[in-house]
Design a protein around this ligand. Structure first.
Ligand SMILES: O=C(O)c1cc(C(=O)O)c2c(n1)C(=O)C(=O)c1cc(C(=O)O)[nH]c1-2
Ligand SMILES: [Ca+2]
Length: 557
């Protein structure tokens, strides 16, 4: 075959000479076994080249690059995909999706990365299409519609390859869409199975009914399950051991929880889905009856560890609601849940028996029993979350998760709303506010066994980029202030930084090439913060737009 197979991609974490997948392996731990670059020499790290994505319009560059066969593949804002020579930065080809004017991304025109399989690079476009390009030429091999953009569907996540399937999530939770996971044939793009994530909606396997998602609208009233949200907008992780894909699901629609009594399954949840059939094996809902847009889409990262002396197959998720959850990934049973942010005013902890939050009803907009349904309440975290889309990393050396988090709160209130196709379906008003004098962002090292924060690095502006950790005892992440930074993975000491010219909201990677260790990251400010950040945007200087791929290594001896 011309290019990596499904087996090669499943083995990505064991082959540091390439980066074949979003997350650097199916578990998406973002851990590299490389140590040529380490705490003693990282201070000498210098750029090899920077490559521009060009274009007069630049928005948030949230992409994670892929590296294969001497090429770097990176997606850009506005549904673009670029192939650069990994040694020289020379542009080989560029693909620009022709987007309709009426696309409806909620939170900037972003894309988080591509997938590679055989002769193809595959990525999702903002008009809810999935496009496979010839990786040598950038020519379209297939292009499939995954949703109706005129009804508010879009797509921003990197696709996940499992065997010969390409598995994708959808976006549109702010427009009353129905969340869904789709598995398609990687050669043809044809649909194999689909799994809606809102109870009451029907899925398919090979064109036939593969069961209703749960009991018919048991946790929804009336027809609300038809516009229930639960978008799978970050894509999923995969565990070859359980053969399950793990997808987080977003906020229920509308945001106004008063209008939709019940738990609203499977919104704001993590789902363990059979990779062959699309059947939901287990679910765990982090925020039942979400009333704050806490969403629940964050990545569920498999890891193995011993809990009370017992080796366990686990998974961890730093939820937007401010709690760090550890689950048994074979059955979805809750192992622990601990706060990873300064405040969670909406709940006093998570009940380990029931798995449910201990709600503070007064901090729910339109709380049960309040006479004034539109009363303004203050809640923390803000709806942009204790952690948003930016992926955490797990070090197999330190046993710690490195979580890019934010400390902030919001005034939020309910408003009336009715569903209208293609219109925002919120029923809420909000203003985000800082809660600390010295920071919003905080990169936190969490011990998943104890739930304790081992170290933290505070950043003035909100952190909005992904994290990478390495066997060289390093942790990398970017800042809106424009820096790519390296920290000591054990102590949190800042060791190195480089100014990239715009805010860094991409996810860094590392690989080995010609016997040397390379690091790459996208620079280009954007995403949800400048659009929805409210008073927070005033706490830091205006940040210039950008659109550059930066590549680094140590100078030759
Ligand atoms: O419910 C959804 O479908 C959906 C989609 C997206 C997206 O696709 O980027 C975001 C959100 N919600 C969201 O709530 C959010 O805070 C957010 C931030 C960002 C970003 O890229 O900065 N995207 C999204
Ligand atoms: Ca959302």
């Amino acid at each position: 075959a011309d290019g990596p197979s499904g087996a090669d991609i499943a083995n990505d974490a064991q082959t540091p000479g390439d980066v074949l997948s979003y997350g650097m392996g199916p578990w998406q731990q973002r851990f590299s076994s490389l140590d040529k670059l380490n705490t003693t020499n990282v201070t000498k790290l210098v750029p090899v080249f920077a490559a521009s994505l060009g274009g007069e319009k630049q928005r948030g560059q949230e992409s994670q690059p892929l590296v294969y066969d001497g090429m770097i593949y990176v997606t850009g804002s506005y549904s673009r995909l670029f192939a650069f020579d990994a040694r020289t930065g020379e542009k080989k080809w560029e693909y620009n999706a022709r987007l309709p004017d009426a696309i409806m991304p909620c939170c900037d025109v972003v894309n988080r990365g591509a997938a590679i399989h055989g002769n193809k690079v595959i990525f999702a476009t903002l008009d809810a299409h999935l496009v496979a390009l010839d990786r040598h030429t950038g020519k379209v091999i297939w292009n499939k519609k995954t949703g109706d953009y005129q009804a508010g569907y879009s797509a921003t996540a990197a696709p996940l390859i499992v065997g010969n399937k390409v598995i994708v999530g959808n976006s549109g939770g702010e427009f009353g869409i129905v969340g869904e996971v789709q598995a398609r044939d990687v050669e043809t793009g044809e649909l194999i199975w689909s799994r809606p994530t809102v109870e009451g909606n029907m899925g398919t396997l090979n064109g036939k009914d593969n069961g209703i998602s749960g009991k018919t609208n048991a946790t929804w009233t009336g027809d609300l399950y038809k516009t229930g949200g639960g978008a799978t907008w970050l894509g999923g992780t995969y565990d070859p051991g359980t053969n399950m894909v793990y997808f987080g699901t977003g906020n229920p629609g509308p945001w106004n929880s008063h209008l939709r009594p019940g738990d609203n399954l499977y919104t704001a949840s993590t789902l363990g889905i059979d990779a062959d059939t699309g059947v939901i094996k287990w679910h765990y809902q982090t925020t039942p009856h979400d009333g704050w847009d806490f969403d629940g889409v964050n990545e569920f990262v498999p890891f193995d560890a011993s809990i009370n002396g017992k080796p366990m197959k686990l998974g961890a998720k730093a939820d937007r609601n401010g709690y760090f959850y550890v689950l048994d990934r074979t059955n979805g049973k809750l192992v622990s849940a601990n706060k990873f942010v300064m405040q969670t005013t909406w709940a006093n902890g998570i009940n380990l028996k029931t798995g449910r939050p201990n709600y503070v009803d007064d901090n729910r907009p339109g709380a049960p029993g309040t006479a004034d349904k539109g009363k303004v309440v203050f809640a923390s975290p803000s709806f942009l979350g204790g952690k948003n889309w930016m992926p955490m990393a797990y070090s197999q050396d330190t046993g710690l998760f490195y979580v890019p988090s934010n400390d902030w709160g919001m005034d939020i209130w309910n408003e009336p709303i009715a569903y209208k196709k293609g219109a925002a379906f919120l029923g809420a008003g909000f203003t985000i506010k800082p809660i600390a004098e010295d920071h919003i962002g905080a990169l936190r090292a969490m011990d998943p066994k104890t739930g304790k924060i081992v170290w933290e690095y505070k950043n003035k502006a909100p952190l909005w980029g992904g994290v990478l950790t390495t066997h060289g005892n390093l942790v990398f992440t970017g800042t809106p202030e424009g820096f790519l930074k390296a920290f000591d993975a054990k102590s949190g000491q800042e060791l190195w930084k480089f100014q990239t010219g715009s805010g860094v909201v991409g996810s860094p990677i590392t690989w080995e090439q010609d016997g040397e260790q390379y690091v790459a990251v996208m620079s280009g400010w954007g995403g949800a913060v400048p659009l929805w950040g409210g008073e927070v945007a005033k706490t830091f200087k205006e940040i210039s737009q950008g659109g550059m791929l930066w590549v680094f290594k140590l100078p030759k001896q």
